[in-house]
Design a protein around this ligand. Structure first.
Ligand SMILES: C[S@@+](CC[C@H](N)C(=O)[O-])C[C@H]1O[C@@H](n2cnc3c(N)ncnc32)[C@H](O)[C@@H]1O
Length: 271
């Protein structure tokens, strides 16, 4: 099983707490060229048509909600869930004084403990590519949605971080690879995955790129994708990569990295 689809690795290492995810969110927050903001863009699309009973799967550190707290309609009843207890705890902590507006639950997207038709809206941001059997998750999402209910699910495309992927390969790091992710549930493959379950599927693409002007966040990003064992075994390769980044920044002032991210909006059939 690929590491990105290995539930044991994901729960006990990669997403044991919010540290790795937040290192990745941080580089996007600081160095993205699109100043509108991913979470604001996402929420614009969701809020335009979403019904009030909302379930988020794989909520991570709740960044969507932290960024949009002032805009969340008072009528929404929101459950934030993740299969990692550490992430559910991080989401609760991150929402701080506002946590009372949300319910929190440990949920595996492949087995959702909700009644049929009990949700108007399901959100699955950057998570379906982690699920060992995405069809099982889609069948569960379809079951818990009411007729005409909507799924909002974001993901990345084949070109996402392509320069970083290439540098990782060049330095033998094996840390970042988007190919498997994009094939399993990506911008190019997601519509076909969703089509058997939903009557309409719309793809929204977010135009953006990274212009990174500091070495630290880039190295932290790479480290966030490696297990402790991998980091220990790749000390020389990491050193060579760090020297490469320093040299590039000294020569050019910044490093440009391609981004390819977007959202699928999918509607369940009417009853
Ligand atoms: C890349 S993070 C995205 C977090 C958050 N949605 C965001 O966009 O910031 C993926 C999240 O999905 C969770 N996850 C992975 N597989 C899952 C599964 N089968 N069921 C529920 N959550 C899962 C992970 O624990 C992690 O928090």
């Amino acid at each position: 099983m690929l590491k990105a689809n290995d539930p044991h690795y994901l729960i006990s290492d990669q997403y044991r707490d919010a540290g790795n995810l937040n290192a990745r969110i941080e580089i996007h927050r600081r160095f993205s060229t699109n100043g509108y903001g991913w979470n604001r863009w996402l929420f614009d699309i969701i809020a335009a048509a979403a019904g009030p009973r909302v379930l988020e799967l794989g909520c991570g550190s709740a960044s969507l909600w932290i960024a949009n707290l002032a805009r969340v309609p008072a009528s929404w009843q929101i459950t934030l869930s993740d299969f990692s207890p550490g992430m559910v705890a991080a989401a609760k902590r991150g929402l701080d004084g506002h946590a009372g507006r949300f319910r929190f639950q440990v949920v595996d997207a492949q087995e959702i403990p909700f009644d049929d038709g009990s949700c108007d809206t399901v959100i699955a941001n950057h998570m379906l590519y982690h699920v060992p059997d995405p069809n099982k998750a889609l069948s569960e999402i379809h079951r818990v949605l009411r007729p005409d209910g909507r799924l909002y699910t974001s993901t990345v495309g084949r070109e996402h971080l392509t320069e970083l992927v290439e540098w990782n390969r060049r330095f033998g790091l094996n840390a970042i690879s988007n190919e498997d992710i994009a094939e399993r549930f990506g911008l190019e493959t997601g519509a076909a995955r969703l089509a058997p379950w939903f009557t309409t599927v719309t793809r929204h693409v977010y135009e953006d790129a990274l212009i990174v002007a500091e070495a630290g966040p880039l190295i932290a990003y790479v480290l966030s994708s490696m297990s402790a064992d991998q980091v220990a075994a790749a000390a020389d390769q990491l050193g060579a990569f760090a020297r490469f980044v320093d040299d590039e920044l000294a020569a050019h002032g910044s490093l440009k990295i391609t981004k390819a991210s977007g959202l699928f909006e999918a509607t369940k059939e009417s009853s």
